[in-house]
Design a protein around this ligand. Structure first.
Ligand SMILES: *Cc1c(COP(=O)(O)O)cnc(C)c1O
Length: 430
């Protein structure tokens, strides 16, 4: 083994590219569940820090903004702000929470922005460093009406490349960004109207994980580089290309983690491949959300009901689609682990893990081989740190779970368990 390989592998040992559900200490999770009850989200802030460090090491010179919508809990935001990252916000509420958490660089991505959100963000931008990314040219009018002509990015809808046109048309994509062929004109218009146009933005959406995803990412970045050149020809020099988020995490145990170094290399190559002089050499911006928090969180739940049926063993647990929506919303796969101390000695059975909500979509996993669960067993759901608590609802009058933060070896409640009284707090007395 060469010295270089040795040092690389020791870095990987200290800060591995992924934390699997099996890596979480079962006894600690059982203790937390006993102390705080279930369902219970656990978020490990030390792992969030590790993810931030790995991203920074791979993208040394990039402007990194955390996409707040993945997990907006104050303790998480403060951890990421302390790590020196900026914040990417999808609403005025996120801008407020990001500023409160101490982010000093905030970007607001205005997707069909409600007037109330624009009012609030423009107000906050008077005292804070806030850049606004627009996805439609009429947002320029709405910002100008409010007297704001600050740091602006234009979000481009790159059309996902040739051959996928129909899909783009029928899909939800046209909602996001200015059509590729209009982008240069919108940039010029914004510059003429006195906005401080800084760059282009494109967020492809889905999780980049394998080589195919990397190819489409390359195409997207190269297209952004071309647009920068086009715009420069028209007299507007842009200093940043923001390629969005979408850095994938392996939800299935069989998937390999994203190779951040390859992604960084592919991104820089694609950006540099565009001809043009050095003054057209824009800086890179990225906005990962999921990557920073997904494997830092688990959801711990207890089995209420175990029922054998001809098709499968139904395991009814005390969390459901109201606590973790992704399986019901996207058919998303989340690893599930039986936390029972004797789990390894039990035979496995095909199980379907369901929640307590009166909806057939309320299943966390179907036909999953698990060590035979029994009533009162604890189970953990993996990769629950991103789009987990954030998407929780109170449907079926189910209060939202508590959240425990692990921080430098200590645990503390960072969000209280919601109560049934909380659910009616905003109702007007009858
Ligand atoms: C959601 C979002 C992101 C983050 O996406 P992830 O898949 O969580 O990395 C980044 N940028 C924008 C504009 C987004 O809407």
């Amino acid at each position: 083994m060469t010295t270089e390989a040795a040092s690389t592998s020791s870095v990987a040992a200290v800060n591995p590219p992924v934390r699997r559900l099996a890596d979480w200490p079962a006894a600690d999770l059982r203790d937390l569940a006993t102390e705080h009850g279930t369902p219970l989200y656990v978020v490990d802030l030390d792992r969030v820090r590790e993810n931030a460090v790995r991203l920074r090491q791979a993208f040394l010179d990039a402007e990194i903004s955390y996409a707040v919508k993945a997990n907006a809990i104050g303790s998480v935001l403060e951890t990421i702000a302390d790590a020196g990252l900026g914040a990417e916000c999808a609403s005025a509420g996120e801008v407020v929470r990001a500023l409160e958490a101490g982010f000093d660089r905030v970007r607001y991505t205005a997707v069909n922005p409600p007037a109330r959100d624009l009012d609030r963000v423009v107000d906050l931008a008077a005292d804070h460093e806030v850049a606004i990314t627009i996805g439609a040219s009429d947002t320029l009018d709405r910002l100008a009406e409010r007297g704001w002509t600050g740091e602006l990015f234009v979000r481009v809808n790159p059309g996902v490349g040739a051959g996928h046109h129909e899909k783009v048309r029928t899909g939800t994509d046209p909602k996001f960004g200015v059509p590729d062929e209009r982008a240069a004109a919108v940039v010029s218009e914004a510059a003429e109207r006195g906005f401080d146009v800084r760059g282009l933005h494109a967020h492809a959406g889905s999780g980049i994980l394998n080589d195919d995803d990397l190819d489409s990412h390359r195409a997207l970045v190269a297209r952004m580089g071309e647009l920068v050149s086009e715009v420069a020809d028209a007299g507007v020099v842009l200093d940043t290309v923001n390629v969005g988020g979408g850095f994938g995490v392996p939800y299935r145990e069989s998937e390999s983690p994203l190779d951040l170094d390859s992604l960084a290399a592919a991104t820089h190559e694609a950006l540099d491949s565009v001809d043009g002089s050095d003054d057209r050499d824009p800086a890179l911006g990225i906005e990962p959300g999921r990557y920073l928090v997904a494997d830092a969180g688990v959801l711990v739940t207890r089995a209420n009901t175990v029922k054998s049926t001809p098709e499968t063993t139904i395991v009814g647990v005390d969390c459901g689609m109201t606590d973790l929506l992704r399986p019901a919303l996207y058919d998303a796969h989340h690893a599930i682990r039986l936390l029972a101390p004797d789990a390894a000695e039990r035979g496995t059975v095909s199980t379907t893990v369901v929640g307590p909500v009166c909806e057939s979509a309320d299943a966390l996993a179907r036909d999953r081989e698990l060590p035979a669960p029994a009533r009162d067993d604890l189970l953990a759901v993996g990769n629950a740190g991103a789009y987990g608590y954030e998407m929780a609802s109170t449907y079926n009058s189910r209060p939202r779970p508590a959240v425990i933060a692990l921080d430098d070896g200590e645990s503390r409640v960072c969000v209280h368990r919601e109560t049934i009284d909380d659910l009616t707090r905003l109702e007007v007395d009858r």
